[in-house]
Design a protein around this ligand. Structure first.
Ligand code: CMP
Length: 141
């Protein structure tokens, strides 16, 4: 694919946003902002208090913990949802390994949307569990 993903298209493809109507997706778009990260930049730092959810519009990031790469995420994928759900510090570093453009949403915006649209919870939970399973089955050394 050439060029960035449009925010509303990207949102519509995230499992837990996909059930929302266009008007709400537009509201979400208006509540967040697009942010660019240079290659090598740590977007999210393990242990920090998280204040945002990020959806990747272009580029690639690596999720790193204890010297291991837990996942590579790219266009259409997201990160930062864990701290947003439990208000705990960031569980891993997320580093831009390419110039990366994200759509960023603050915790309070995301929480408000989630509370108003509880049907988002199950698909969100599914993705979190999927990540947990893959982290558990990853080699430990
Ligand atoms: P959060 O804990 O807010 O900040 C770090 C993020 O890395 C986390 O949210 C998830 O979005 C992401 N992350 C953590 N562990 C994994 C994993 N095993 N697979 C994919 N992404 C992960």
């Amino acid at each position: 694919m050439v060029g960035d993903l449009a925010v509303t298209d990207a949102l519509a493809n995230v499992p837990f946003f996909s059930g929302l109507n266009k008007k709400l997706l537009k509201t979400i778009e208006n509540n967040g902002k697009e942010v660019d990260f240079k290659q090598g930049v740590t977007v999210v730092k393990q242990g920090d208090l998280g204040v945002g959810f990020f959806l990747i519009l272009d580029g690639q990031v690596e999720v790193r913990k204890g010297g291991k790469v837990l996942a590579k995420l790219s266009r259409g994928q997201f990160f930062g949802e864990m701290s947003l759900v439990d208000d705990m510090p960031r569980s891993a570093d997320v580093v831009a390994v390419q110039p990366t453009r994200c759509f960023a949403l603050t915790t309070w915006s995301f929480s408000g949307i989630l509370k108003a649209n509880p049907e988002m919870a199950m698909p969100l939970l599914k993705e979190v569990v999927k990540r947990l399973r893959s982290a558990q089955s990853a080699p430990t050394s």
